[in-house]
Design a binder for this molecule. Structure first.
Ligand code: 1CP
Length: 351
């Protein structure tokens, strides 16, 4: 008890989740470890491939720490990928150099027979070991974020077999055979709870659920495949770990974001690039939720006065609110590392 009280005070990242707005706001960036950093590229080469990197706790912990050493972010995010979950379930996954992920697609209920939650133990154990190492190696003032992909977004990759712009194959399965698609989603809900529970037991302070493709569904489908599964995961974790905040990132949810927050019970809402700062500031006022967002990752690439102006606009709009500064989506490989330093300095200088 005493230990958790101490850590809460030491990690200012957690203050907004305890009802306290802090100024300047805590800052971390989605995909803060990655190809824009030369030291990441070196460690990835040492690992001999992306999945090896995810499953080698020493190296995964190392790349998690790299952006913390450079920029002193208020939170580190476990280095892994949302597609570790289908891989652990038994779906064949590869990451070829310079290409996106490729999976042996699941297209119907019969294909689900190839997957099992009982397959996951050895691979999840490696991720949990990474979390354990991180909790030991991180500065004590740095919070540690664990994560998973939301069932809907993970399912879009499992069904399509690769990244896509419209998630057509998953949407069509969901529309044509909702009961069958529900079986896939239920499997993902169950295994995501196990996976996140293990991350918390290993030392994660906060969890984020990435729903990158939430915005590809119309409202009724959004309710069934985005809201309901997230609500189930959130509820199960609340029973196990009532004090561990969960941040949802339903990218592209637009006007459904408020409903997502109130229905799922998430403690933080990640706002995407298209959310106007005044909406971030006003739309969630009636909810007990921390707002996170939302600088355009491409403004971080371009940098300069335009970036500075937008940072200031976000800071001014969110001043006095329970807010965490972030991008509106993940950092891109073209980002100059010195622009990240400039962003952090500007946010830390305050409004
Ligand atoms: O070659 C490489 O080094 C691979 C590039 C890469 C990296 C650095 C991939 C492949 N994944 C990651 C790490 C990663 N992915 C993290 C690490 C922690 C961090 O620093 O933030 C996280 C949280 C993710 C999450 C992730 N993976 C998402 C959700 C967030 C988002 O950006 O939308 C998604 C959709 C993925 C799938 C994925 N993994 C990798 C790629 C290139 C993709 C996208 C594929 C596509 O849609 O085409």
């Amino acid at each position: 008890m005493q230990k958790s009280e101490t850590t809460t005070i030491e990690r200012r990242f957690l203050a907004p989740f305890h009802g306290k707005a802090v100024s300047p706001p805590p800052i971390w960036l989605m995909r803060q470890a990655g190809r824009y950093l030369p030291e990441y590229r070196a460690t990835r080469a040492e690992a001999g491939g992306f999945l090896n990197l995810c499953y080698t706790p020493k190296l995964a912990a190392e790349v998690t720490l790299q952006p913390i050493r450079r920029y002193g972010f208020d939170a580190a995010i476990l280095f892994s990928d949302i597609l570790v979950v289908p891989d652990a379930l038994g779906q064949q996954l590869t990451f070829a150099e310079g290409e996106g992920p490729r999976l042996d697609p699941v297209r119907d209920v019969a294909d689900l027979g190839r997957l099992a939650v009982s397959n996951t133990a050895s691979k999840y154990a490696l991720v949990w070991e990474t979390v354990q190492r991180l909790r030991q190696d991180l500065p004590k003032e740095t919070a540690l974020i664990g994560f998973c992909g939301a069932p809907w977004t993970v399912a879009t990759y499992m069904v399509q077999g690769e990244g896509s712009t419209d998630q057509a194959k998953a949407r069509l399965w969901a529309y044509r055979d909702p009961a069958g698609f529900q079986a896939l989603i239920d499997l993902l809900v169950e295994t995501s709870i196990t996976y996140l529970d293990g991350q918390v037991k290993a030392g994660a302070d906060v969890l984020q659920i990435f729903d990158t493709w939430a915005g590809s569904l119309p409202d009724d489908q959004f309710d069934r495949w985005v809201v309901e599964p997230t609500k189930a995961i959130r509820a199960a974790l609340k029973t196990k770990h009532p004090n561990v905040p969960v941040i949802g990132f339903p990218r592209g949810a637009g006007p459904m974001a408020g409903w997502y927050v109130s229905e799922t019970g998430v403690n933080g809402i990640g706002c995407d690039t298209a959310t106007p700062p005044w909406v971030m500031s006003e739309a969630f006022e009636d909810e007990d939720v921390v707002v996170q967002g939302n600088l355009d990752p491409l403004l971080l690439v371009s940098g300069g006065a335009q970036m500075d102006e937008r940072i200031d606009e976000i800071l001014e709009e969110m001043d006095g609110k329970r807010f965490i500064f972030n991008l509106g989506h993940g950092i891109v490989p073209e980002t100059p590392p010195e622009h990240v330093a400039q962003l952090v300095a500007r946010v830390r200088a305050g409004v």
